[in-house]
Design a protein around this ligand. Structure first.
Ligand SMILES: Nc1ncnc2c1ncn2[C@@H]1O[C@H](COP(=O)(O)OP(=O)(O)OP(=O)(O)O)[C@@H](O)[C@H]1O
Ligand SMILES: [Mg+2]
Length: 291
């Protein structure tokens, strides 16, 4: 049985003329222990998909089963319990509370479980040790580097021992060194048997995944199994293609790379067809010049 099972899940924001179809009958099934990277251009529905899977948002239509349970029909407080115990979130901008120190930020989710402050602090300390942040447990978020803040956020995500980690562009705000530290941490969490869903714009990071799904306009347009350590095939194509930059892209500060979606496979047959077409044009040109 799949851990995560979406069946024709749609999400509509707004009403009437202003309605946006953010997810368009998405079907997806993820098994326990998979590391899934989610790629796709801005606005393609990646975050919406993560929020539905993470029970932060309800689908407008369709079914969502988590461990075989139809969770989209649960009451809000039942959903909240599911979310708290099963799912850990990591966001691009860390979402740490500025007026709490690292230790309190990390132990906060335990407060809702009625654990004593001493036990909470002990558990939080242990997890901070795990992410290499023990010596900064009394720091406040503004005193941390991006990488340190993200490691604290990962510790917070792990505190309830969830088995699904949803990371929405967790390295989007980090330099390459800090990105690596954070990704190695996610890789370690994956090796311990957890299921990871990672949204990223960086094709390099597909090396950590064993599956990549590509989204476009609210649908999944590609789904690729890939070996850990290797860049996914479609992602590689996006990575090494010369960006087709337009003035608008430059103005928006966005790389045109992100606009690419996996195209049709170029098969030997299409290559042959193309070559034949070229020969024919050359022949036609040749006869025309003779005339
Ligand atoms: N709360 C909301 N209200 C209205 N529209 C929304 C809302 N959230 C998302 N959308 C719309 O749904 C679509 C998908 O958005 P989503 O945030 O899922 O994209 P994304 O793939 O995560 O993009 P990015 O790479 O920029 O983070 C977009 O067209 C967006 O404008
Ligand atoms: Mg997003």
């Amino acid at each position: 049985m799949a851990l995560i099972e979406l069946d024709e899940v749609s999400k509509i924001f707004g009403f009437g003329d202003a309605a946006t179809l953010a997810l368009d009958e998405v079907g997806l099934s993820v098994n326990k222990g998979e590391f899934v990277a989610v790629m796709g251009p801005s606005g393609s529905g990646k975050t919406t998909l993560m929020n539905v899977i993470g029970l932060l948002d309800k689908p407008s239509h369709g079914n969502y089963n988590l461990s075989g349970q139809p969770v989209s029909r649960l009451k809000p407080n039942q959903q909240a319990r599911f979310r708290r115990d099963r799912i850990g979130f990591v966001f691009q901008f860390y979402n740490l509370l500025p007026n709490l120190n690292v230790l309190d930020n990390v132990s906060l989710p335990l407060a809702y479980k009625g654990m004593t402050p001493v036990r909470r602090a002990k558990r939080a300390s242990d997890i901070l040790e795990l992410v290499g942040m023990r010596e900064r447990e009394y720091f406040y978020p503004h005193q941390l580097s991006g990488g340190q803040a993200q490691r604290a956020a990962i510790a917070r995500a792990l505190i309830n021992k969830p088995n699904i980690i949803i990371a929405d562009e967790p390295t989007g705000n980090l330099d390459s060194h800090d990105s690596k530290v954070v990704m190695e941490l996610l890789a370690e969490i994956h090796r311990q048997g957890n299921t990871i869903l990672l949204v990223t714009h960086n094709p390099e990071l597909t090396r950590y995944a064993n599956r990549v799904i590509y989204m476009y306009d609210g649908t999944i347009v590609g789904d690729e199994q890939t070996a850990i350590g290797q860049m996914a095939r479609h992602a590689r194509r996006i990575f090494f293609r010369k960006p087709r930059t337009t003035d608008n892209d430059i103005a928006a500060g966005v790389s045109a790379m992100l606009k690419d979606v996996p195209g049709k496979e170029v098969t030997a047959a299409t290559k042959r067809r193309k070559a034949k077409g070229k020969k024919r044009t050359l022949r036609r040109r040749a006869t025309r010049s003779k005339r």
